[in-house]
Design a protein around this ligand. Structure first.
Ligand code: PAF
Length: 274
């Protein structure tokens, strides 16, 4: 595996790759969720490039940019063992110019739910993903469904800008108790970890209701909120179609149930695709 930190070194390393490239963009502190993206990329491509870059433009004022978990050594080992060909770990100067062009998330889909709670987050996320996708030269790029809105916006960006890369959605990976894996889970102590399960439990409760024939989204949301009383603060519970329009009735095969809540320090998100 080549570990490269500059754009020149990345371009040089790419010359030694042959065949299709799968790309996995990350912010590091890799866990089994990232590993599953890398494994899927390995299955579907001849070569895999992973990037680790804690992107400042997608953090809002007062968010955890400085304290975001950084585990460079462990991450390099994980990528090596996973059979990654090139690990790209640039610093901010490699990625950004002083007087940048800006990317704008769409006015509606980019500013509801996560975009409403974190205004500007998706502008910065799209800006860096566009750069990283172009730099990787990948045919396929892998994104987790846990960040459902991010996945939808990246897919839209690829379509809007006629990019040739295929965006591949990957399943959410959970721990043995059902907690969706996230680099920010390291902020949780044991008691908070237990209460953080209320997110996945609320989705389980919703599934139970839907399977018994309840399709009214208001009823389902209020059942989810009951379970979410264990969280410190619920930021939203939403039931949308795959285009992120609010739904009155569950549409099997076209629905995403989303939840965001604070438990202890971190805000956590989870979702279920029905
Ligand atoms: O999901 C993430 O880790 C980040 O938003 C991404 C896609 C690597 C862009 O910084």
């Amino acid at each position: 595996m080549r570990v490269v930190r500059t754009i020149d070194a990345l371009q040089e390393a790419k010359k030694n790759l042959s065949g299709s490239i799968g790309f996995v963009p990350t912010m590091g502190a890799l866990h089994k969720g990232h590993l599953s993206l890398i494994q899927q990329a390995k299955k579907e491509n001849e070569c895999v490039i992973v990037s680790i870059f804690v992107n400042p433009t997608q953090f809002l004022e007062g968010e955890d940019l400085e304290s975001y978990p950084r585990k460079e050594e462990a991450d390099i080992k994980i990528c090596e063992l996973a059979g990654v060909d090139v690990l790209f770990m640039p610093n901010v100067d490699q990625i950004y110019e002083k007087d940048e062009l800006s990317m704008g998330a769409p006015a509606i889909r980019g500013y509801i739910l996560e975009g409403e709670k974190r205004p500007g987050h998706f502008d910065g996320m799209l800006q860096v993903v566009m750069k990283l996708l172009n730099l990787s030269g990948a045919q396929k790029a892998y994104f987790g469904k846990k960040d459902a809105q991010q996945l939808a916006l990246v897919t839209q960006m690829a379509k809007t800008y006629f990019m040739e890369v295929q965006i591949v959605p990957c399943d959410i990976i959970r721990d043995e108790n059902g907690l969706a894996l996230s680099s920010r889970n390291v902020y949780l102590n044991d008691e908070e970890k237990y209460r953080a399960l209320s997110l996945s439990k609320s989705l389980k409760r919703a599934t139970k209701y839907i399977m018994s024939g309840e399709l009214d989204t208001e009823v389902i949301k209020s059942e989810m909120l009951e379970v979410l009383k264990e969280a410190d603060m619920v930021e939203y519970v939403a039931i949308v179609d795959r285009e992120f329009n609010n739904l009155k009735k569950i549409e099997i095969g076209n629905t995403i149930l989303l939840v965001a809540a604070r438990v202890g320090k971190p805000r956590l998100i989870d979702n279920l695709w029905i």
